[in-house]
Structures are given as structure tokens and as C-alpha cells.
Design a protein around this ligand. Structure first.
Ligand code: DI6
Ligand code: FE
Length: 406
């Protein structure tokens, strides 16, 4: 059915950059945008429905392109320890950190993981997220990675949400492979990835390249395996130290390299040439009280697209709000509000390989958008927390949150 959404202004992100249509109208046909432009030149829709958006600002549906939102347990105890001065790396070294979430995730049933993840995902949908990525990486064996990725697939079926599932089997060394990292990487490449890809559970492959996780050589084996399986890659790179992981990711034409506090100018050059998106994660920066800023100026200078994401995870970024990341992107990383909006729309879509269909308001793309009751788009980055009044449209249908909750 055709619908003409009018009485609004639109921040379209058309052509990959911030752009605005005042007094706009959007014509949707089923799940697609058929036309968008000034209301005065809107096509005649005859008997189609008209929806008055009452002066709202419309943006593309927000996209959270880096989350670990499927997990068991929580790590608030470690948070308290870190406040006392114990470092993230120290906690990891003595078997806490990621390993403690691995224990809790292995113990949890698929249904229990699904219910907890669904509540977190629904919170994001309410604030305007229409697509997100879910990483595995707390299972670290075939059965438990499969369980996590199956939960990701179920979230996409149960909620009005596009979900991309990323296999992060190379996140940490599971206890049964202690001191045998190369053997674990062989298991990931020879058994886990082929089996999970064959089941249709993997849209991308990610790894954690860090001295407390896997070396660039080990990551490269995982990337080669992903390439053989025809699956795109991403990388947790340069979060705690500089290992040129971002350059390695670029060599494999990664969709994105993420974190990047310790990246170099050479990494930025390589990423720009490869079209690899820089995903910045201010929640983790903030929670770890990191002081090394990602080199935003170098990213800008070399034309690397910048995305922003929640990194929602129980250890370093228990961030239940993507909109909060817009504020933190501005205050902590000195991004402009326009850059942060691109970071959770068109650039986030690119970080998931979805830019042909998502991330901007353009004819032919998915009719995923949010009508915000705000006076200016910069308000999305300005308000700190709370719920901004909005109407969320996914695949051409306004989400009825009362019905979802019931
Ligand atoms: N970097 C992160 O920020 C998350 N994973 C990673 O490789 C943290 C995951 C955790 O601490 O549970
Ligand atoms: Fe992460």
C-alpha cells in the first residue's frame, strides 16, 4: 500500500552525507521508499493513505553497527573493581573479563539468552534503532557460538528490526585451549566457521586483535578462512595498543575496523583506500576511562567514513542507548552532530554492508525512518539520556510499541 508521510522536515543522508529537505514528504510503497522530496512536488497518491507527522524531523532509522548484546550474566562486580583501580587487562589475565561472560553464556539456555537479548534490543528499537549487528564471541566453541548466532537470527524474526549476525569466535581464548592459541585458531578456521557459515548463521567474521587476545598473524588466518568461505570481515583493532590491525583489516577489504584509539596515520591511509569504515565506540572509551583519543582529524583528512556504535557488552560498554553515543561522540571525540548522525545511519549501514538498501532516505531504499519531535537535528546529539518522543517506522509500517510489549 502507498502512504504519503508529510508535515515533516527530513535529514536524508542522501549521497552519503548530511543533507536536509525542509517541508518534506516521503512516499512509501510497502517496505520501500518510492519518492522523497519537497512536499509541494509530491506525486499524487490518489486513494493512498496520508500520514501527518506534525512538524517532526525525520531521519533514517538508526543503525547500531557494533553490539555484543547476546550474553549471559553481567559484570557489575568487575566494574566496582575497576573503580578501585584494577585494570581491564589485569582482570582478563586472572580469568575474569570476557572469560567470566563466557562461563555465564555457556551456562545459559538459548531461550534465556534470547529473552535477555530481546529486552535490550527492544530498548534500542524504542529509541529509533531499526537495524543492528549482533556479535557472537562469548561461546567460543561450536555449540555455544551457534547458540548465540541462533539467538541473533531469532531477534530479527521476533522484532521489527534488521539484524546482522557476526561470528566473533576469535574474541578470546577459551579455558580448554589455555596456552594453545594457535590450536584454537585452527579449530575456529577448520571447524567452527565452516559449520556456522554452512548453517547460514554468519553475515560477517570479526576478531579481537590485541595483546590480550589474538596476534595479527592469528587474525590473518581467520581472515583467510573467511575469504575462502566468501564472508566479509571486520576487526576489533587498536583498542588498547597499536598492532596495525586496522591496516591488516584494510588489506582484507574489511567492512570496518572498530575502536581504533591507538591507530596510526598509515592505518587511516590504508582504510581510506580499502573503503573500510572506522567504527568509533565512545561507550568503551568512557567506561575504561581511556585517555588516548581516536585520531578523528586523520580519519577526516583521509576521507575514512566514521561510524559510531554502542559496543553494547557486559564488560567495557554496558550501553543500552545508541543515542547516548551521539552525545558522547560529540563531547568525548569532538565529532559534530552532523558527523554523529551520519555515524549511526549511512556510515553504520556501510559498516554492515547494507549501504545499498539502508542508512539514508532515498528512493528505492528501505522505508525505515524515525520521526522525532525536536526542533533541530542537533538535538539528537544534545539531550543526554531520557527518551525523546518519536515515531519509529520500519519497512513502511509504524511500530506499535504497546502491541510489542503485550
Ligand atoms: N572489545 C570490547 O570492547 C569488547 N570486546 C572486545 O574485543 C569487550 C567484551 C567484554 O569485555 O566482554
Ligand atoms: Fe566490541
Amino acid at each position: 500500500m502507498k502512504k504519503l508521510w508529510h508535515g515533516c522536515h527530513a535529514a536524508t543522508m542522501a549521497g552519503g552525507k548530511y543533507s536536509v529537505v525542509e517541508d518534506a514528504a516521503i512516499l512509501t510503497d510497502g517496505a520501500r521508499i518510492e519518492w522523497i522530496g519537497p512536499r509541494a512536488s509530491a506525486p499524487d497518491i490518489g486513494a493512498g493513505a496520508r500520514v501527518d507527522l506534525d512538524g517532526a524531523w525525520v531521519t533514517p532509522g538508526l543503525i547500531d553497527c557494533h553490539t555484543h548484546l547476546v550474553f549471559g550474566g553481567d559484570r557489575s562486580g568487575e566494574f566496582e573493581e575497576r573503580l578501585e583501580g584494577v585494570s581491564y587487562a589485569e582482570i582478563a589475565a586472572r580469568g575474569g573479563g570476557i572469560a567470566s561472560t563466557v562461563r555465564a553464556t555457556r551456562e545459559a539456555s538459548e531461550d534465556a539468552l534470547f529473552e535477555a537479548a530481546k529486552a535490550r534490543a527492544l530498548g534500542l528499537v524504542r529509541e529509533g534503532v531499526t537495524a543492528l549487528e549482533v556479535k557472537s564471541g562469548y561461546g567460543l566453541d561450536l555449540a555455544n557460538e551457534r547458540k548465540m548466532l541462533a539467538v541473533a537470527r531469532r531477534l530479527g524474526q521476533a522484532l521489527p528490526l534488521t539484524v546482522r549476525a557476526t561470528c566473533l569466535a576469535a574474541h578470546a581464548l577459551p579455558p580448554e585451549y589455555a596456552n594453545r592459541a594457535d590450536d584454537y585458531i585452527a579449530y575456529v578456521c577448520d571447524e567452527m566457521l565452516p559449520a556456522l557459515v554452512a548453517k547460514g548463521l554468519v553475515d560477517a567474521v570479526d576478531a579481537f586483535c590485541e595483546h590480550i587476545a589474538f596476534s595479527p598473524q592469528q587474525v590473518e588466518r581467520v581472515f583467510q578462512c573467511a575469504r575462502d568461505l566468501g564472508v566479509p570481515v571486520k576487526l576489533h583493532a587498536e583498542q588498547l595498543s597499536s598492532l596495525q590491525g586496522a591496516s591488516l583489516a584494510a588489506r582484507y577489504r574489511a567492512l570496518s575496523a572498530d575502536h581504533l584509539e591507538y591507530m596510526t596515520e598509515d592505518d587511516a591511509v590504508a582504510m581510506a583506500q580499502a573503503g573500510t569504515v572506522a567504527v568509533l565506540l565512545p561507550g568503551a572509551f568512557y567506561m575504561l576511562r581511556e585517555t588516548q583519543l581516536p585520531p578523528v582529524d586523520a580519519l577526516r583528512r583521509h576521507g575514512v567514513p566514521i561510524a559510531l556504535a554502542s559496543d553494547l557488552n557486559p564488560g567495557t560498554s554496558p550501553a543500552l542507548s545508541l543515542r547516548m553515543m551521539l552525545n558522547m561522540g560529540c563531547t568525548l571525540f569532538r565529532l559534530t552532530p552532523e558527523e554523529t548522525l551520519a555515524g549511526v545511519t549511512i556510515h553504520a549501514a556501510q559498516a554492515l554492508g547494507l549501504q545499498a538498501t539502508h542508512g539514508s532516505l532515498e528512493a528505492g531504499k528501505a522505508a525505515d525512518f524515525v520521526a522525532w519531535k525536536i526542533g533541530r537535528p542537533a538535538e539528537l546529539s544534545y539531550w543526554l539520556g531520557g527518551a525523546l518522543e518519536n515515531r519509529v517506522v520500519r519497512a513502511g509500517v509504524e511500530i506499535d510499541f504497546a502491541r510489542i510489549a503485550a
